[in-house]
Design a protein around this ligand. Structure first.
Ligand code: FAD
Ligand code: PHB
Length: 391
C-alpha cells in the first residue's frame, strides 16, 4: 500500500485532516483500530467553537449539524444559589457555540469520506510506525489477521492520548508538561428535557456540576467526583439527588429527571508534549495534548491542530517548501497553551479542591462575582469559550 499521508486514528483530528487534505488534492489513508459502529457511538464532547462550525460548513460537512445542532449564545455560571448569564453574542460581536455531539460529527465525517470513495481502514490492529526519520516512513498493521505495510511521505499521529505515535518518538526528544487534578467527572446521558436552554456551570460547596444537552429531549449532566469513583456506588436515584442539590437556587430551580441511558467517569488532566513533530511524523489532537473538559476545548483544539498541518502539507506538495511544516509545533503550541490556560482557569474557578481552606473558597466566590459583574472579565471568558481567532 502507498499513500501521501498515512493518518492514524479516525477521531476528530484524523477525519478532519483527511477531508482538508482531500480538498487540497492530497491523498491519504486513515487507519482506525476500532469498528465503525464503536467510534460512531462513543459518547464524548458536545460543544463546537464557532471556528470549528465554520470549518465543517466550509468543507460541506455541516448540513446535519446545522439542522440538528443547537446554537448557543451564552452560558450560565451559577454560584451562591443564583445564576448569572454570560452573553457571548453581546461580548464577542455575535459569536456563539454549537451544541452537537462529537459522535454525530464523527458520523458525518465518516459518511462523507466513504461516499467520496476515500479509504478508512477500520479494525486495523497492531499498528506500528516505522522509519519516521527517513523520507519514506511506513506504517505496519494487521487487518483480518494479515500483516500489511503502508509506505507514505508523512505520518499524522491522530491516535489520541493512548495511541502509539507519541510513544514511537525516541526518549529524550519530547518535553512533557502535565498536571493531574484530584477529581473526575461522573457523566450521564438522560432522557429528560434540559431544564434550561443554555449550559449551566455550577459552583457548589458539594462540588462542581454541569448541565449540558444533546437535543431538546436529551440532557447531558456531569458532577464532580473522585478520580477513581466507583459507578456501582451511584444508582440513578443517588445521581439525581446529588445533581438537584448542586443546581439548587434560592428561587427553587429543579432539574427535569428521566431515565439514565448512559453513564461513565472521566479523569481530568492537563498535558502537553513539545515538540509535536519528529522526522516525518506529526502529532495532532489528544496524542499531543489533553485539557480538562471544563472549557469544552478538547475536540476544538484537535481541529485547530490539523488546520495548521493541512496548510503545511498543502504548501509542501504545491511548492516543495517546508517552511510551514517546520513551524507546525510552534504555531500550534501558541494556541494550545492559551487553551490550556483557559481550561485550567475554568477548572480552578469552578471545582471544589479537597485542599481548599475557607480563604480559597472565598477567593473563588470573589472571582466568580468579578467574572459575572465586570464586563472586561466576562468578555475574557466569552472570547475564550467561543474560540480564539486563528492567526
Ligand atoms: P480521539 O478522539 O481520541 O481519536 C483518536 C482515534 O485514534 C480513536 O478513534 C482511537 O480509536 C484511534 N486509535 C488509538 N490508538 C490507535 C492505534 N494504535 N491504531 C489505530 N487507531 C488508534 N472534550 C470536551 O470538550 N468535552 C467533553 O465532555 C469530553 N469528554 C470526553 C470524554 C472522554 C471519555 C474522553 C476520552 C475525551 C473527552 N473529551 C471531551 C475530549 C475530546 O473528546 C477529545 O479531545 C477529542 O476526541 C480529541 O480528538 P482526537 O481526534 O485527537 O482523538
Ligand atoms: C458536553 O456537552 O458534553 C460538555 C459541555 C461543556 C463542557 C464539557 C462537556 O465544558
Amino acid at each position: 500500500m502507498k499513500t501521501q499521508v498515512g493518518i492514524i486514528g479516525a477521531g476528530p483530528a484524523g477525519l478532519v485532516l483527511a477531508h482538508l487534505l482531500a480538498r487540497a488534492g492530497i491523498e491519504s489513508i486513515v487507519l482506525e483500530m476500532h469498528p465503525r459502529q464503536y467510534i460512531e457511538e462513543r459518547v464524548r464532547a458536545g460543544v463546537l467553537e464557532q471556528g470549528t462550525v465554520d470549518l465543517l460548513n466550509e468543507l460541506g460537512l455541516g448540513d446535519r449539524m446545522m439542522r440538528q445542532g443547537l446554537m448557543h449564545y451564552g452560558i450560565e455560571l451559577r454560584f451562591a444559589g443564583r445564576g448569572h448569564r454570560i452573553d457571548f453574542a453581546d461580548l464577542t460581536g455575535g459569536k456563539g457555540v454549537m451544541v452537537y455531539a462529537q459522535h454525530e460529527v464523527i458520523k458525518d465525517l465518516v459518511a462523507a469520506r466513504l461516499a467520496a470513495g476515500a479509504e478508512i481502514v477500520f479494525e486495523a490492529k497492531e499498528v506500528r510506525v516505522d522509519k519516521i526519520e527517513s523520507e519514506k516512513p511506513a506504517i505496519r498493521f494487521t487487518k483480518d489477521g494479515v500483516t500489511q505495510e503502508m509506505e507514505c511521505d508523512f505520518i499524522a499521529g491522530c491516535d489520541g492520548f493512548h495511541g502509539v505515535c507519541r510513544e514511537a518518538i525516541p526518549n529524550g526528544i519530547l518535553q512533557v508538561y502535565d498536571r493531574n487534578y484530584p477529581f473526575g467527572w461522573l457523566g450521564i446521558l438522560a432522557e429528560a428535557q434540559p431544564a434550561s436552554h443554555e449550559l449551566i456551570y455550577s459552583h457548589h460547596e458539594r462540588g462542581f456540576a454541569l448541565m449540558s444537552m444533546r437535543s431538546p429531549k436529551i440532557s447531558r449532566l456531569y458532577l464532580q467526583c473522585e478520580p477513581d469513583e466507583d459507578l456501582n456506588q451511584w444508582p440513578d436515584a443517588r445521581i439525581w439527588e446529588e445533581l438537584q442539590k448542586r443546581f439548587s437556587t434560592s428561587d427553587g430551580f429543579s432539574l427535569t429527571e428521566g431515565p439514565v441511558i448512559q453513564k461513565g467517569v472521566t479523569g481530568m488532566r492537563s498535558f502537553v508534549v513539545e515538540p509535536m513533530q519528529f522526522g516525518q511524523m506529526f502529532l495532532a489532537g489528544d496524542s499531543a495534548h489533553i485539557v480538562p473538559p471544563t472549557g469544552a476545548k478538547g475536540l476544538n483544539l484537535a481541529v485547530a491542530d490539523v488546520r495548521v498541518l493541512a496548510a503545511g502539507l498543502k504548501e509542501f506538495y504545491a511548492s516543495g517548501k517546508r517552511d510551514l511544516l517546520d513551524r507546525y509545533s510552534e504555531i500550534c503550541l501558541r494556541r494550545i497553551w492559551k487553551v490550556q490556560r483557559f481550561s485550567w482557569w475554568m477548572t480552578s474557578l469552578l471545582h471544589k479542591f479537597s485542599s481548599d481552606n475557607e480563604f480559597d473558597r472565598r477567593r473563588q466566590l470573589a472571582e466568580l462575582d468579578y467574572v459575572t459583574s465586570s464586563r472586561a472579565s466576562s468578555a475574557t471568558l466569552a472570547e475564550n469559550y467561543v474560540g480564539l481567532p486563528f492567526d
